[in-house]
Design a protein around this ligand. Structure first.
Ligand code: SAM
Length: 242
């Protein structure tokens, strides 16, 4: 794996895994040969004159790879700390010959702090670690401070934040936080995966385990809200939030 990019100035505690099983030969080669070409070493080096979307904690990379394939003119940045996940995304990039993905292989909280303000059009947070035990909930990525950092880097107009989880409690917490910012006049909560949200491996696992998932889309542009029937929509968000 690329050497740690974190500086000692910023080092909030990270509770997840950075390494799993040893990488197979092919993935080791991709880490050595492909990653350096698409590696983001400093957030400040990114050319944000292009439309840019960020995926936080991309896991195996299925979602960001599909987004990149569907939107070749968009620059996508993926942040992930788990080496095996990064190697998996590299394999998607090689297999689909994707030219529009950059990778920041470190803690996204560091990355957000160093991005210029109002530079991103979309941020995706798909199935972040739910930390379901009460005593671990303070480890959740999405909290007030984190959201403030996300809002700072989103464009003041025409920006979108997507969040999905199978943990109802986390969804309620995220929904309340997002509503509370006042940044997004248009918030929709779906209880079925919208067709244009690529399936992630955690989403797939939730489906296989027979668990519900929720999909939160917040936009700071009034959009024409259609096709909501069968979904949980803005009108009953207050009821959902309890
Ligand atoms: C539960 S997994 C979900 C992965 C993927 N989004 C999916 O839906 O399949 C959460 C991912 O977020 C990553 N992650 C957690 N905290 C992070 C952080 N501070 N910076 C970057 N990635 C992080 C973890 O390494 C893990 O791969």
């Amino acid at each position: 794996m690329a050497e740690r990019l974190l500086t000692s100035r910023f080092n909030p505690r990270f509770y997840g895994r950075r390494k799993g099983r040893p990488l197979r030969v092919h993935r080791t080669r991709l880490m050595r040969e492909l990653l350096p070409h698409i590696l983001v070493k400093e957030a400040s080096c990114i050319d944000v004159s292009k439309e840019t979307w960020l995926e936080i904690g991309f896991g195996g990379g299925e979602h960001i790879a599909e987004m990149a394939e569907q939107h070749p003119d968009i620059q996508l940045i993926g942040c992930e700390v788990f080496e095996n996940g990064i190697a998996s995304l590299l394999q998607h990039i090689e297999g689909k010959n994707l030219q529009n993905i950059l990778i920041y292989p470190e803690d996204v909280r560091e990355f957000l702090k160093n991005l210029p303000s109002a530079c991103l059009n979309k941020v995706f947070i798909m199935f972040p670690d739910p930390w379901p035990k009460k005593k671990h909930q303070k480890r959740r990525l999405v909290n007030r401070n984190f959201l403030d950092d996300v809002l700072r880097i989103l464009k003041p107009e025409d920006a979108e934040l997507r969040f999905a989880s199978d943990n109802e409690d986390y969804v309620k917490e995220a929904l309340a936080l997002v509503k509370d910012t006042g940044f997004f006049p248009d918030i929709i909560l779906y209880d079925q995966k919208p067709a244009d949200w690529p399936l992630t491996s955690y989403n797939q696992k939730a489906i296989q385990a027979g668990m519900n998932s929720w999909y939160l889309k917040a936009q700071n542009r009034k959009s024409h809200r259609r096709a909501c029937s069968g979904f949980t929509c803005l009108d009953n968000l207050d009821t959902f939030a309890g």
